[in-house]
Design a protein around this ligand. Structure first.
Ligand SMILES: NC(=O)c1ccc[n+]([C@@H]2O[C@H](COP(=O)([O-])OP(=O)(O)OC[C@H]3O[C@@H](n4cnc5c(N)ncnc54)[C@H](OP(=O)(O)O)[C@@H]3O)[C@@H](O)[C@H]2O)c1
Length: 305
């Protein structure tokens, strides 16, 4: 099954439009209820590459996810592009991982050097600032530190992982080559930001592209389920699509979505996602109707009706 490919903005990198997010591989003593063991982590990471997915997103904040990529995929390093993050100073407590961010040159350099070691690689294809304000990155020297790492050949490209409202100031900065944003049929707030980013030749990376699996998720999210109901999405869903497939094809139909880094630790879900990606975009009419329903459902919600 052929997964469509796209140019990631002006980076020159060609990515599969279905990518893979590794947050779910974070391991024990982090957060959430589900822990994936070593055998399952190895299986899913290798299955991702076997399916031809060539873009992986991770972060120093995701527990042992980077280590697992290094351990299970470093022998296949030429098969994929690797994106990680910086500005991360996670603190491991007895029972959980606390996520903290700090924008200093020392943190940026330490993040990259430790990520290279954990990932067992010589170069990070894309380093993304893990949130934060544009002026902080600029004035703290954090951005200059990242640019130096690029000159040294330790990273290839530089991006920002962000959301509204901070994204606005990042879009006018000319240093980023990619932007990572949340988007799905159930979370459409970043629609116009994605278009603006793409028009500026930024590569657009979508997170949350299957809305955690929607109402079929193993880990249920009541607010998303209610929105799904309000939008009446089951009426629109083609009968041969699971809810997650329908969500995913909607995300991939966005003209600015170069890749969406879907996380899954379930091999059947991975296959479903690959099948959905291979089918290409939904029809323009269906996309327009899903947009219209989201507008209405979220307006009604804000007016309390
Ligand atoms: N600020 C940031 O930079 C930031 C924040 C959040 C996330 N991220 C990145 O984005 C990636 C994805 O984010 P996310 O995990 O929040 O969102 P997501 O990809 O929308 O949701 C992942 C969840 O969806 C479920 N799922 C996937 N495919 C499914 C299918 N076909 N059917 C049913 N359930 C399915 C998975 O469960 P199963 O394992 O059961 O399939 C998993 O729990 C992360 O891994 C991370 O790389 C970045």
């Amino acid at each position: 099954m052929e997964i469509p490919q796209r140019q990631l903005g002006r980076t020159g990198m060609t990515v599969t439009q279905l990518g893979y997010g590794t947050m779910g591989l974070r391991g024990p003593r982090t957060w959430g209820v589900r822990v994936v063991d070593e055998a399952a982590a190895s299986r899913v990471l290798n299955a991702v590459l076997d399916a031809g997915i060539n873009f992986l997103d991770t972060a120093p904040d995701y527990g042992i996810a980077e280590e697992r990529i290094g351990r299970y995929l470093s022998h296949r390093r030429h098969e994929f592009l690797l994106a990680t993050k910086c500005g991360c100073t996670p603190v491991q407590h007895e029972d959980h991982l606390e996520i903290r961010h700090q924008w200093t040159p020392a943190v940026i350099r330490a993040n990259v050097e430790e990520s290279l070691r954990r990932l067992r690689t010589d170069v990070i294809d894309l380093l993304q600032f893990h949130g934060g304000r544009w002026e902080d990155h600029q004035h703290s020297g954090a951005l200059d530190a990242a640019l130096r790492l690029r000159e040294e050949g330790k990273i290839r490209h530089l991006g920002i992982s962000t959301s509204l409202p901070e994204v606005e100031e990042h879009l006018s900065a000319d240093v980023w080559e990619t932007v990572q944003l949340p988007y799905s049929a159930l979370q459409q707030e970043h629609d116009s930001v994605m278009r603006a980013a793409s028009d500026s030749r930024l590569g657009v990376i979508v997170r949350g592209g299957v809305a955690h699996g929607g109402p079929d998720a193993e880990i249920q999210r009541e607010a998303l389920n209610r929105l799904w109901e309000r939008m009446g999405l089951d009426e629109l869903r083609p009968p041969d699509h699971t809810r997650a497939q329908f969500l995913l094809r909607f995300t991939l139909s966005h003209p600015a979505c170069d890749t969406t880094i879907v996380g899954t630790c379930n091999l059947e879900h991975l296959q479903e996602n690959i099948q959905a990606a291979a089918r290409g975009p939904l029809s323009d009419e269906l996309v327009a109707e899903i947009r219209r329903r989201w507008q209405k459902a979220t307006e009604d919600r804000s007016h309390g009706t």
